[in-house]
Design a binder for this molecule. Structure first.
Ligand code: ARG
Length: 454
């Protein structure tokens, strides 16, 4: 039973938050005259010693004491005697656990946001570095229209931008101070919840004690942000894996982020990208697990809620290990520009533009689409590329196709024509890059204001 019900093996990582929360609580109890100043000082000195013991690996953990909260409190009383027993005045483990989790998550969101911002910087850097490189853009994994490689990369910048917006929203809703809720209904002591909130960096208080001890929405919300962020990293990983295969041959990942095969000497496996893709599953799993834990739980605290922690910790660890690696892997990847551009040379590139050309000559788009489709079918049947068809053959499909159309068959010209806002033309991508740089700065500022409102 002890082993089954203890959370100590995993919640010991909440020790720093637990000590911080208890320090603030003790200071408030003294300020409100609930304990004496001497008692508060003894508690704080004792907690400081415990922090040192934990840091130096000297803390005597006891599984019998279930969790880190009871372990620390018991150790405190061992050290300072009766005053230690007063720390838990006007507090329950229910609001204490909630407080520690809020503090933990707020800190981690700050760090993870920074890492996502760093990864955004990588995309900006690569977009600048590879400006002008053309490769096929795909739909259905079939070559569709040529695009700038920078345009493709910047698509990920904007996904990460939305991830950061979501993280900032999750932070705002994690920023709620639960202490004072007691076990579930509040406390009869004259506490000052605002004081505790201010000293721990919270801007808001829970306004309902029952909500305060039951709520795990903020963790669900963070896990859902994490799940979507992982989805983005997984899609990117899938592209890197495809592009680094012999079939595509568009990129080569640095040896530092690949492994050899134990049997096949020629192999270079994109392990980091594959693991990013694979670990997406466990992050989704943690989100589903917590949603399922919450479903059907009556108010208020139920022991089920102890299951909120491992998935959260695992997700934080997964993101913090992966995000920097992703950036390094991208920065060190080499591209095979000739392979990309040769793939983009394929006649597929110009089909839409040939149809658009006919539209400009007064043909309705649907009709133009059909005509070019037939032209391509004819070329394929003859085993020729479009540019190898003679003007006489082309004219049979439409008189305008008999004219000089070579400029329409050049992928770079096709790319340049996509000059609308958000399109792949070089000037449009330059403008996009400028907007992205601005968006990154704005989000940094906004996040700073969200997490440091003072
Ligand atoms: N170990 C528990 C958890 O992590 C602490 C809260 C327990 N509260 C209680 N009344 N049993 O959720």
């Amino acid at each position: 039973m002890i082993k089954f019900s203890a959370s100590l093996p995993f919640d010991r990582r909440l020790a720093p938050q637990d000590i911080r929360g208890s320090m603030a609580h003790a200071a408030m109890l003294a300020a409100c005259g609930i304990i004496t100043a001497e008692e508060a000082e003894a508690i704080q000195a004792g907690l400081q010693e415990i922090a040192a013991e934990l840091k130096e690996g000297r803390f005597p953990f006891e599984l019998e004491d279930e969790d880190i909260h009871m372990n620390i409190e018991k150790r405190l009383t061992e050290k300072i005697g009766a005053a230690g027993g007063k720390l838990h005045t006007a507090r329950s483990r229910n609001d204490q656990v909630a407080l520690d989790l809020h503090l933990f998550l707020m800190e981690e969101i700050r760090e993870i946001d920074k890492m996502v911002a760093d990864l955004q910087e990588v995309f900006l850097e690569l977009a600048r570095k590879f400006m002008g490189v053309v490769l096929p853009g795909y739909t259905h994994l079939q070559r569709a229209q040529p695009v700038l490689f920078s345009h493709h990369l910047l698509a990920y910048f904007w996904m990460l931008q939305r991830d950061r917006e979501r993280l900032a929203g999750a932070y705002r809703r994690a920023d709620l101070m639960p202490l004072g809720a007691g076990a579930l209904s509040g406390t009869s002591f004259p506490i000052d919840r605002r004081m505790v909130a201010a000293s721990l960096g919270f801007t808001r208080l829970y306004e309902n004690s029952m909500d305060a001890v039951s709520d795990r929405d903020y963790i669900v919300e963070f896990l859902s942000c994490a799940a979507l962020l992982m989805a983005h990293l997984s899609r990117l990983s899938e592209e890197l894996i495809l592009w680094s295969s012999a079939e595509f041959g568009f990129i080569e990942l640095d040896d530092a982020y690949t492994t050899g095969s134990s049997m096949m000497p020629q192999k270079k496996n994109p392990d980091v990208a594959e693991l990013a893709r694979g670990k997406t599953g466990r992050v989704y799993g943690s989100l589903m697990a917590l949603l399922t834990v919450l479903k059907g739980l009556p108010l208020t605290y139920n022991k089920d809620l102890q299951e909120d922690k491992e998935g959260l910790f695992d997700t934080v660890d997964t993101l913090k290990a992966l995000l920097p690696l992703m950036g390094e892997m991208l920065l060190t990847m080499r591209i095979n520009r000739p392979r990309m551009e040769a793939a983009a040379q394929d006649d597929f590139a110009c089909a839409t533009d040939l149809a658009d050309y006919l539209v400009r000559r007064g043909v309705a788009f649907r009709e133009a689409h059909r005509i070019v489709g037939e032209l391509i079918a004819c070329a394929e049947k003859a085993g020729l590329k479009l540019k190898e068809l003679t003007p006489e053959v082309r004219r049979r499909f439409h008189p305008a196709l008999g004219e000089e159309i070579g400029h329409l068959l050049d992928p770079l010209a096709v790319v340049k024509a996509r000059s609308c806002r958000g399109g792949t033309a070089p000037e449009a991508v330059q403008e996009q890059l400028r907007l992205a740089e601005q968006a990154l700065q704005d989000q940094n500022k906004l996040f700073q204001q969200t997490t440091n409102p003072a």
